[in-house]
Design a protein around this ligand. Structure first.
Ligand code: C5P
Length: 207
């Protein structure tokens, strides 16, 4: 059983994917982390994230990099969004994601192109979204808690730029698969969003 979760940054898809994995007893892969590792490795190599060759070299990052807390930063998120437009980078990360999806027993994967490219055969597909204002507010609250000093306006502008890049790139753009269920979390608490996600997946599994 494969559960594919796609959606923009700060939509709640990561939290929902983790909760679904726990609920259904499946392993979970946050595929954004792989792109973040490539973005971080480009930075460590002092390379240019917009150069396809420099980005491709960075796909050879060491496994230990996946545990680096720097991967969670806004800076690395922005670098990930820039390296992820290169088709060579996406191709280099494809086999790893597909192998995870196809493991015996199944898996939950979250990202931007899980239902459209990585695992179109998934039994359950959710497209998790929320308004840019709701997403910026959540991200801002998280950053306030970490003591980072940034305005909501700046976060909203950054999210809008990242959405635009993810949606308009030619290689595997962010879009809702035709057979994915839409879950808008703008007005939902985390608990309500998780309950709605479980109900949508159960409905798809029964269909
Ligand atoms: O989900 P997260 O914010 O960690 O993803 C960081 C960036 O990686 C996204 O903005 C997107 O450009 C890219 N990404 C992608 N395909 C995926 C997962 C993430 O292009 N499956």
């Amino acid at each position: 059983m494969i559960i594919a979760i796609d959606g923009p940054t700060a939509s709640g898809k990561g939290t929902i994917a983790k909760a679904l994995a726990a609920h259904f007893g499946l392993p979970h892969l946050d595929t954004g982390l792989l792109y973040r590792a490539v973005g971080r490795q480009v930075f460590l190599n002092a390379g240019n994230p917009d150069d396809p060759d420099a980005a491709l070299v960075a796909t050879d990052f060491p496994e230990s990099l996946l545990a680096d807390p720097a991967l969670r930063s806004e800076e690395t998120g922005a670098l990930a969004s820039r390296v992820s437009i290169h088709p060579g980078v996406r191709a280099a990360l494809l086999a790893r994601q597909q192998a995870f999806a196809r493991q015996p027993g199944g898996a939950v994967l979250d990202g931007r192109d899980i239902a459209t490219v990585i695992a179109p055969q998934a039994e359950a597909k959710l497209f998790v979204t929320a308004s840019v204002t709701a997403r910026a507010l959540r991200r801002w609250a998280e950053m306030q808690q970490r003591g980072e000093n940034v305005t909501r306006e700046a976060i909203e502008a950054d999210l809008a730029a990242r959405d635009e890049r993810d949606r308009t790139r030619t290689a595997a753009p962010l879009r809702q698969a035709d057979d994915a269920a839409l879950l808008d979390t703008s007005a939902l608490s985390i608990e309500a969003a998780i309950a709605a996600a479980i109900a949508l997946v159960e409905k798809q599994l029964k269909a």
